[in-house]
Design a protein. Structure first.
Length: 231
């Protein structure tokens, strides 16, 4: 019997937004893995810290947060290390900020391990719904449509996709903030946009996009665009 792999969504930042199922699983597993920057503390671990088992094994998956392709070698190595524990019959929970399958790096581990080991995905509150709650404005209502777009897309692709939807969420704003402001301004959407950073966290920030100044934003920030009035 092998161990079971869990992809555990821990939510956007507020530990109280973790699900009961996530908390229960963390109390039962003996191994916990989580993404972490090249140096410093893991945000996912920080969210779940109060619920981690005492004396358990921890695997920090160190990833340099730089522009460019995902470092697949890091996931290869992490999958190999996790597989050792699973082969030994130990369950492993991989912590995922937000939801594991919503722009989550857990997908790279899932593709490497799920065919070999029993796997359970534990959904979490995503950044999308957390940012909507923080903004105080519904994303969509009735029969409106919503586009979810990464800020890393070029302007031409973003403009084309924005035209076809009633509302949009632009994720991973970071250093792309100035060009997104310029693009939304050209499209007449800047005054219909809300900037949200670190939703649900103590250092969270919410403001009309037109009032946001600076050359960049945190990686965990989002711009919500709505063409229509709130219901």
């Amino acid at each position: 019997m092998t161990g079971r792999l869990y992809g555990v969504g821990v939510g956007p930042g507020d530990p109280e937004l973790m699900t009961l199922k996530a908390v229960r699983i963390l109390s039962e597993v003996s191994v916990v893995a989580y993404p972490a920057p090249g140096e410093g503390e893991s945000s996912a671990r920080k969210i779940a810290a109060a619920f981690l088992p005492a004396g358990g094994t921890e695997i920090a998956i160190r990833i340099d947060m730089r522009p460019g392709p995902e470092p697949m070698g890091v996931y290869d190595q992490a999958a190999t290390e996790i597989a050792v524990h699973l082969d030994a019959g130990r369950d492993v929970a991989v912590l995922c900020e937000g939801d594991p399958f919503f722009y989550g790096s857990f997908a790279y581990l899932y593709s490497r391990l799920a065919k070999r080991f029993p796997t359970t995905i534990v959904p979490g509150v995503s950044s999308l719904t957390a940012c909507a709650a923080a903004s105080g404005r519904p994303l969509v209502s009735r029969d409106e449509s919503l586009a979810v777009l990464p800020a890393t897309l070029p302007d031409e692709a973003l403009e084309e996709r924005l035209h076809g939807f009633d509302a949009a969420a632009i994720l991973k704003v970071g250093r792309h903030l100035p060009r997104l402001q310029a693009l939304l301004g050209r499209l007449g959407l800047k005054d219909r946009s809300t900037y949200v950073a670190h939703a649900s966290r103590e250092d969270g920030d919410v403001a009309p996009l037109a009032e946001v100044h600076g050359k960049d934003a945190p990686y965990f920030s989002m711009i919500l665009v709505t063409r229509n009035s709130s219901p």
